[in-house]
Each structure stands twice: as C-alpha cells, then as structure tokens.
Design a protein around this ligand. Structure first.
Ligand SMILES: *Cc1c(COP(=O)(O)O)cnc(C)c1O
Length: 398
C-alpha cells in the first residue's frame, strides 16, 4: 500500500519546499490535469467547436464522471450527477426533500455545519413562505433533536472547523424512524474516508470536487439521489438541461429521467476535463487503505504537536471513529501562528475564531511531510516567530 501512495503522490505537482496541509480546502494540481485541459481546449473547443457537445461527449460528461464519483461514495451507476456548486446542490436537495415531506415544516441541522448550508436552508425556508423553519442543534445533540416535526435532516458528516465526524448511519436510522428524510453533505468526506450512501440509506447526498477530489478551483459539485426517490422529486431549479428533452425546446417543463433532472444548465466543460484527470488518480485506490493511512497520519501529527507545542489545544476528537481527515488546534493567536507557519513553508489555514486547521490527504501526504510540519510548527511556537505585526493583517481569504 505504501507503494501505491508513493505512486499517487508522484501524480501531483507539489511545489518545491512546501508541505501542503490544505488539500481539505483546495486539492493540488494533478499533473495530468494541465495536459488534459490543454488538449481539450485545442482539440475539442479549438477544432470541434460546437460539434464537440456530441463528438467529444461534453453533454454526457456530468453523468459519466458522476458514475466515477459514485464508486467513491457507494452510489450505483446513474445516481450521481455533476454541476453547479455545493451551495446550489444543497438548496436543490433541500427543496426536493421538503416537497416529498410537504406535511412537515422543520429543517434540522447543527451548529457545526458549514455556514453556506445553513444560509441556503434559511433562504429556502423564507422563499417557501409556508412557516418552514431551520432548527440548529449543537452537534452533540443532533440525534436527540430529531422528532416527528422534522421534514429533513441536513447533516455534514465532518465538521470543517474541528474535524469531528458524525455517525451518519445512526443519525439516518433515527431520522428515518421519525419519518424524516436525510441529506448527507460529503464536502469533507468524499475522497477523505470511506462513504456508503447505499448501505447508510442516505436519501440525498452532495459534495464538492475541489477539496479531497482535486478538481481545481471552481470544480463543480456532485449530487446523489437515492434510486427510489429520483423519479419522484420535482426539481425546484427546473433548468433546461434537467428537462426530459432539452432540445425539444418544449414550452412546458417535464423533469428528465432519474438523476438527470438534478442538472440545471450548461456544464462547466473545462473544469470537468480537469476533474476527469483528477479522478484517474483514484483508480485502484482502496478507500479502507486510504482511511488507515489517514488515521496514521493524523495520529502522528496529534502526538508530535502535543509533545512539542503544549500551548496548542487539540480541537479534534482522539477517537478514530469520530475523526475526519483533518486535525485542528486552538490558540488565541491562531491567525498569526498560521501566517508564520505559511511563511515557513507549511500550508494550513485558519478558521475563526481561533482554529488552526490541517488537512491530511493520503494520496500525496506522507509520514515525512507530517514530521516536517511538526518540526516547523514547534520552531514557530518556541521562537515566537508568529509575534510580528504583519502576521496580524488579514487578507480577504483566510
Ligand atoms: C466547502 C463547503 C461548501 C462550499 O460550497 P460552495 O458552494 O462549493 O462554495 C459548502 N458546504 C460545506 C459543508 C463545505 O465544506
């Protein structure tokens, strides 16, 4: 397995002298992606122009690549499609779920969820204007907050700040027992750990491709709808490419078959070419081996940082079952510490109010990288390298 991950690491462009622990936010460039995108631009866009929609298979790309993501999340062929961004896919899934439970008014989520998911839920509740409400429970009380008023449970498996992982299967069982539908947000799960939407009984799932799947900035999101529901949902975002026959240009909307109806408009063809190259890296990767390596790397980082930086407070669960593929530490000067660390060549990121966040992505991070990061962080703390005014100035993106 070590050889496998040596091989996958060689498939990425990783800048010299940098230890990149931010693949949970933006994955690095797969070497094959530059060439693939260049070829697509020249041979397809350049030479075929509009005929490439058929001749180069552009129109089928969202479903074809959806099937390849399906393998990573336990979804059968024909149940996943790509397009738009995750915020949009969350909105679509919520609207679909609410329409299937039109007798209920509550969307339930937790305060560890990513703000965009909660904003989208609130926006949709307001738009529906039928007394829909978003209820937000503390993460540890989410299961207990499920009752028979809940129409849909919107749960992000791994907390983007702390790396705390929910027990999705258990939450899904409880929600179904109460008659609610469940949406899994897999933003920090797809490509990070084993996922099985089928065995876990997810009704809907969505995630992004530019984090652990390495499709590049602006890579489109994916959405899964359980086969039993796919032909029953009426899309709220009823765009022409989700129509049964887009090129009939009918006056009236008729939803396409199954997952096709979750498409909205023109697919991002250039981004999909990059995604296709990124997905090639996953061929032959066993998700259980990936998980074992992820846990070994996060264990190593936790132990090393705790031994050398006693001022940093671990925010990530020690329990393997409750941990995603990232490690976070808290410190009141977290922002400045992260800036100093970045200046020293270790890239992580900062999340307000006080979280230093590090992603561990086994495809291209190994034990030597982890040790290097521990050593540099220890030096930043010991020598107070962070204590400079310029490290307190915040850019637009943290
Ligand atoms: C990263 C992330 C998003 C981002 O949504 P975009 O629309 O792709 O910008 C949404 N939800 C969660 C849980 C995330 O982690």
């Amino acid at each position: 397995m070590t050889d496998l991950f040596k091989a996958t690491k060689a498939m990425f462009h990783l800048p010299q002298g940098m230890i990149y622990l931010d693949g949970n936010s933006l994955g690095p460039l797969p070497r094959a992606a530059s060439e693939r995108v260049a070829r697509m631009m020249q041979d397809e866009w350049g030479e075929m122009l509009i005929t490439a929609w058929n001749r180069a298979g552009w129109m089928d790309q969202p479903a074809r690549l959806g099937d390849r993501i399906g393998r990573l999340i336990g979804a059968p062929a024909g149940t996943v499609v790509l397009g738009d961004t995750l915020s949009i896919k969350v909105f679509q899934a919520l609207a679909a779920a609410l329409s299937l439970r039109s007798d209920r008014r509550v969307i339930l989520s937790d305060s560890g969820n990513f703000p965009s998911d909660l904003y989208m839920a609130e926006g949709l509740a307001g738009l529906l204007g039928q007394d829909h409400v978003l209820k937000i429970a503390p993460p540890e009380d989410l299961g207990a907050a499920i009752d028979e008023d809940v129409a849909v449970l919107l749960v992000t498996e791994v907390d983007y700040r702390t790396g705390r992982r929910h027990d999705l299967d258990e939450l899904t069982r409880r929600a179904h027992a109460a008659g609610a539908l469940v949406i899994w947000d897999l933003a920090h799960s797809a490509g990070a750990l084993p996922v099985d939407v089928t065995a876990g009984g997810a009704d809907f799932a969505a995630g992004c491709t530019y984090k652990y799947l390495n499709a590049g900035p602006g890579g489109p999101a994916f959405i899964y709808v359980a086969p039993a529901l796919a032909d029953r949902v009426r899309p709220a975002l009823s765009g022409w490419l989700g129509h049964e026959a887009p090129f009939a240009f009918d006056r009236d909307y008729r939803p396409g078959r199954g997952i096709e109806r979750m498409r909205v408009g023109t697919p991002p063809v250039i981004q999909l070419a990059a995604l296709e190259a990124a997905l090639d890296v996953w061929d032959g990767v066993d998700m259980l081996a990936l998980r074992a390596r992820s846990l070994a790397l996060t264990d190593q980082f936790i132990a090393g940082v705790e031994a050398s930086c006693p001022e940093l407070v671990l925010a990530t669960p020690r329990d393997h079952a409750r941990r995603g593929s990232q490690v976070s530490f808290r410190h009141a000067e977290g922002f400045a510490i992260m800036q100093a660390l970045i200046a020293e060549g270790v890239i992580g990121d900062f999340r307000a109010p006080d979280v230093l966040r590090f992603g561990f992505t086994p495809l291209y991070i190994d034990a030597a990288d982890v040790q290097g990061a521990i050593d540099i962080l220890a030096r930043v703390m010991r020598d107070r390298l962070w204590d400079r005014p310029e490290y307190r100035q915040r850019g637009k993106v943290t």
